[in-house]
Design a binder for this molecule. Structure first.
Ligand code: PMP
Length: 440
């Protein structure tokens, strides 16, 4: 207030407007409270009680264990027991909890270089770089690839970290409608109309950037369509596989694996270890010559903190299991079964759900944001934790619940969720059709 009176804008910018109002709404009963323990098949939340009509609350000191439909734990590796946890614990004792340094200096451990080699091999590229954060990977890779005079064509639903990196690069940015090949082609034609398609002129480079699996929609990229345009218009392609790596494809190797497309046809494959691997961090994989240049020029590599040894151990152990025959395959098959089972079950109950059948991200549409607090509250009463999403992650009028399915869920877990959705859906009048015929 003092600063405003002095004629300056407050330092917190426009926080007072939208976000403050959103915070006051307290729309997500499940997660406006800290969690304890491991975010696996179950997640434990701190109990709280409301103390007045302004919805102030206090924590009671007790906890509730809930069925977890909120974490990106697609393959169930976020657990405190099993090979991943054992190796991470062992590494913590042997190598410590941090490298206390940046990747560019003395902080690249043997585990770090091994993980780079292993992830490159896993996604089918020659080489890779590993970062301590997925967000930083996107934010710092784009400025190292493109600059002023280049053009980025970006899907309208791309993640904030892609948009952040793209803006930081100084390249021109055009946005095409989500997964819409006709719109992408229109923008490509427009971009090269004054030049020659084969040379990207008048642009130095044209980079198309998409995600493998879109985290709010549950849609898979139309990769065959993009590859067809790539043949004709000769752009570079950057795919963010944060949600698809380890989660889609018969071998869990992402969208190339899913669509049977040779990964060598795509210049940059980026992904994160935060989801299917149950760890932290990001990677970018490409041919050796690109990776060598990025290692020398990408600020996230030069100035970024190295991933910690226990995190690298978790990644390595998860990778080994996904790539190994029996156990990894079993988890992938379980994830596909669970995703299809829940999606079909919700449709049969009359809900509108977005996304493709094989997507473990299942958005259940509420549309009206005013129904979000009640949905969250009713689920919590049934000991199920869910994430409800609205603006700025989605348009306000497309508010939704976003379930994340895991290979760790059992059929009984999903049946319990379906019964809860049935009850809450009737009470809140959010079933928009009479459902499709047939039992579960
Ligand atoms: N890309 C996408 C598509 C994401 O969804 C996310 C985070 N959910 C990120 C990048 C950033 O990854 P991280 O959480 O590992 O920083």
């Amino acid at each position: 207030h003092l600063m405003v009176q002095d004629g300056y804008a407050p330092i917190y910018s426009d926080f007072d407007s939208f976000y403050a109002r959103r915070l006051k709404l307290r729309i997500n009963d499940c997660f406006e409270r800290p969690t304890t323990g491991v975010p696996g098949r179950y997640i434990t939340l701190l109990d709280r009680e409301t103390t007045d009509y302004n919805r102030h609350f206090r924590f009671t000191g007790t906890t509730t264990e809930t069925l977890n439909l909120s974490s990106y734990n697609y393959l169930g590796f976020a657990h405190s027991e099993g090979p991943c946890a054992d190796f991470a614990e062992d590494t913590l004792r042997k190598s410590g909890i941090t490298m206390t340094g940046t990747i560019g200096d003395a902080a690249t451990s043997i585990l770090h270089t091994e993980v780079e080699r292993q992830i490159a091999q896993f996604v089918g590229k020659e080489d890779a770089l590993v970062f301590s954060m997925g967000f930083v990977t996107n934010a710092t890779i784009f400025p190292a690839l493109v600059d002023k005079g280049c053009l980025i064509l970006s899907d309208e639903l791309n993640h904030a970290s892609i948009r952040f990196g793209a803006r930081l690069s100084g390249a021109s940015i055009r946005v095409f409608s989500h997964n819409n090949m006709a719109d992408l082609e229109c923008k490509l034609r427009d971009a090269i109309s004054q030049g020659q398609p084969r040379t990207h002129r008048p642009w130095k480079k044209i980079l198309v950037t998409v995600e493998g699996l879109y985290s709010m929609e549950g849609t898979m990229v139309n990769l065959p369509g993009i590859m067809e345009l790539k043949e004709r218009y000769r752009f570079y392609l950057y795919i963010d596989e944060a949600h698809s790596i380890g989660a889609v494809g018969p071998n869990g190797r992402g969208v190339c694996d899913y669509f049977g497309i040779d990964p060598s046809r795509i210049e940059i494959l980026m992904g994160t270890f935060t989801k299917s691997f149950g760890a932290n961090g990001g990677y970018v994989a490409a041919v050796k010559s690109i990776i060598e240049k990025l290692r020398a020029t990408c600020s996230g590599q030069i100035f970024g903190e190295a991933p910690t040894p226990p995190v690298l151990a978790q990644i390595q152990s998860a990778l080994r299991q996904i790539a190994g025959e029996e156990l990894g395959k079993e988890r992938l098959q379980r994830l596909v079964f669970n995703s299809r089972y829940l999606r079909l079950g919700l449709k049969r109950l009359g809900f509108i759900v977005y996304g493709q059948d094989d997507s473990p991200i299942i958005p259940l549409m509420l549309y009206n944001p005013a129904k979000m607090p009640a949905f969250s509250h009713e689920m919590l009463k049934r000991k199920i934790s869910v994430v409800v999403v609205t603006y700025p992650a989605t348009p306000l009028e497309l508010s939704r619940v976003r379930f994340c399915v895991s290979a760790a869920h059992t059929k009984d877990d999903l049946d319990r969720l379906l019964v809860a959705c049935d009850e809450v859906g009737d009470a809140l009048q959010i079933k928009f059709s009479s459902g499709i015929a047939g039992g579960l």
